[in-house]
Design a binder for this molecule. Structure first.
Ligand SMILES: [Zn+2]
Length: 250
């Protein structure tokens, strides 16, 4: 029985990932997400349904457009696999519970947001404010792990802390990051929320230093912070209590 659920969540996640790929391409370019059917960004030809099966089609077509043979970014495959694995891991952690519903609606929108930030340096409001509102709503009735009071305080403190950093760094940190920090506070509460921000700062710093040492990026080059925040959110969804004890000591 359980294996069936795992397979179903993997398939559902792959389909959702395919939808995220469309969002990642279309949202920043202001292309309608309903009107044109999927097309190749190189030759513009419309894709047939069997070019569009998540994960499978990418592998069958060898990562190339069926018509013009232009390479399709490996990102398409990655996003589908990441989304599928996210749902599988959430099911493994929480089972079919309200907590799984909470964590899914919190983490899943962050996947397209991270990839959009990586490419365009924007975090869409639909993901940041959307998950912030979800954190507040889901704290009512024990769907999320925190009380409504903890959710509000978490949002104010985490959002406020990043707002101060954004103000002091004069544009070094964007408002999208501030909204996302508030969302983490709303979803995790104060303790785990602050921890998730610590984890993202640590990961961002490590990768930033590594890139500088490899001379891939100069000190002035911008590295989007959103993807590191999303990694922090993942870490704290699965190991929030443990990481809080490690970082904050309680
Ligand atoms: Zn093509």
């Amino acid at each position: 029985m359980k294996a069936g659920y795992y397979m179903a969540f993997f398939a559902l996640g792959a389909i959702l990932g395919s939808f995220f790929n469309m969002l990642i391409y279309r949202l920043p370019r202001n292309i309608s997400i309903v009107a044109p059917r999927s097309f190749c960004p190189h030759c513009g030809k419309q894709l047939k349904w069997w070019h569009n099966i998540p994960i499978v089609s990418y592998l069958l077509l060898g990562g190339k457009c069926y018509y013009c043979k232009s390479p399709i970014g490996v990102r398409y495959l990655l996003v589908e696999i990441i989304t599928a694995l996210t749902l599988v891991l959430l099911y493994a952690k929480f089972g079919l519970t309200e907590k799984m519903l909470w964590a899914s609606l919190f983490l899943l929108p962050l996947i397209p947001a991270a990839f959009i930030d990586l490419e365009h340096y924007i975090l869409p409001d639909s993901a940041t404010i959307g998950t912030l509102v979800w954190g507040l709503i889901s704290s009512v009735g024990h769907i999320s792990p925190v009380s409504i009071k903890a959710s509000v305080i978490g949002a104010l403190v985490c959002g406020g802390a990043f707002l101060a950093v954004a103000f002091l760094s004069k544009g070094g940190m964007g408002l999208g990051d501030v909204k996302l920090a508030a969302s983490f506070g709303a979803n995790f509460g104060l303790k785990v929320g602050v921890t998730s921000l610590f984890v993202s700062v640590l990961l961002g710093a490590l990768v930033g230093i590594a890139l500088m040492l490899l001379r891939k990026k100069g000190r002035k080059d911008r590295i989007p912070f959103g993807p590191f925040m999303v990694l922090g959110a993942y870490a704290c969804t699965f190991f929030g209590k443990e990481l809080a004890r490690l970082y904050l000591g309680f």
